[in-house]
Design a protein around this ligand. Structure first.
Ligand SMILES: [Zn+2]
Length: 326
């Protein structure tokens, strides 16, 4: 069963989360089987992304989807993991070339250092014209050296965009996708250190940073195999047995991370509408129907000529958009 565990370190400004995706991750892979499945290295990357996106979504208070994307300049053109506020999740990758089973991150998505990682927050009740928030980080470090761990890329993002020290350990195979996140909580007033209280706060922060550093080092000692195979209790005890850890009720089952796709016939209709009548009619003239497959869940949506006409019948009854119709 997939599960998310939240915990904090008593009296210290440090919190943590552990996610283990098993059935939900296997379901994502199973739905890809009819399209040939993923090479092992892509399974690993996409699994790590899905675990990371779940941790990031659970870490924010935001009513909308969190979408973690890697846009690559190698054989993996695009990898996407999307997690809803209720932890419903889905993921897919577009692979256009050969990927060796042990290909490192750079060979898959960052051959010429042009790969990018984007994190999008898409509000649930987005107003027309309102853009979702997006942050983008490159797949290289401060000296333009290629990063080979997705966890490092996301740690950079967290530091840059949220000003939060974060340690992330990720691992995935064809059975499980898992992640451990340790984060230093922002201190009150930290972003405004000017004035008389600044020195006291500085001292305070330095002391507490030591706590964060110690816990982050413990977290980083977690081995990939341990993260993939051990249960949450064992992992947390093994790493933090000397710390005072307060655990929260695990989120699992209907309240936990689980696979679900948000695609629907209405959404596909909307997409056809935005393609335009001419384009859709030319597809029908060529193929007799329009067929749209969902990359996330494998669902197929068919529109015969009558269905397609109805899509635009509805559109035509709405006021024309400037630049308009003939
Ligand atoms: Zn779908």
């Amino acid at each position: 069963m997939s599960e998310l565990h939240k915990f904090l370190f008593e009296g210290l400004p440090v919190r943590g989360m552990l996610v283990r995706l098993t059935d939900s991750w296997q379901e994502i892979l199973r739905r890809r089987q009819q399209a040939g499945g993923y090479p092992a290295a892509v399974t690993e990357l996409l699994g790590e992304m899905t675990a990371a996106a779940t941790l990031m979504q659970a870490n924010i208070k935001f009513n909308g989807a969190l979408i973690l994307q890697v846009q690559g300049d190698g054989p993996v053109k695009l990898a996407v993991a999307e997690v809803q506020p209720d932890l419903a999740l889905r993921a897919t990758a577009t692979v256009t070339g050969e990927v060796a089973a042990d290909a490192p991150l750079s060979h898959m998505v960052n051959v010429n250092n042009q790969g990018r990682c984007a994190i999008t927050l898409d509000p649930k009740d987005r107003l027309p014209g309102q853009q979702p928030y997006q942050g983008v980080v490159p797949l290289f470090g401060d000296r333009r050296e290629k990063l080979e761990k997705l966890s490092e890329v996301i740690e950079h993002y967290m530091l840059q965009s949220e000003q939060l020290d974060t340690r992330l350990v990720l691992a995935a195979n064809d059975q499980a996708a898992a992640g451990l996140l340790i984060q230093r909580l922002p201190l009150q007033g930290e972003s405004n250190l000017a004035g008389a209280g600044a020195m006291a706060r500085d001292e305070d922060q330095i002391g507490r940073n030591e706590d964060y550093n110690r816990i982050a080092i413990l977290a980083a000692s977690l081995k990939r195999e341990e993260l993939l195979t051990l249960d949450a209790d064992t992992i947390l005890h093994r790493l933090f047995w000397e710390e005072d850890v307060r655990r929260f009720e695990p989120q699992t089952g209907a309240d936990g991370p689980r696979f679900a796709c948000t695609c629907s016939r209405e959404r596909v209709s909307g997409m056809l509408k935005s393609l335009g009548r001419e384009e859709v009619e030319s597809i029908i003239a060529e193929q007799g129907q329009v067929e749209v497959g969902c990359d996330f869940c494998g669902a197929q949506y068919h529109f015969d000529p009558v269905d397609a006409a109805q899509v635009f019948l509805q559109a035509a009854s709405q006021p024309p958009i400037a630049g308009g119709t003939h």
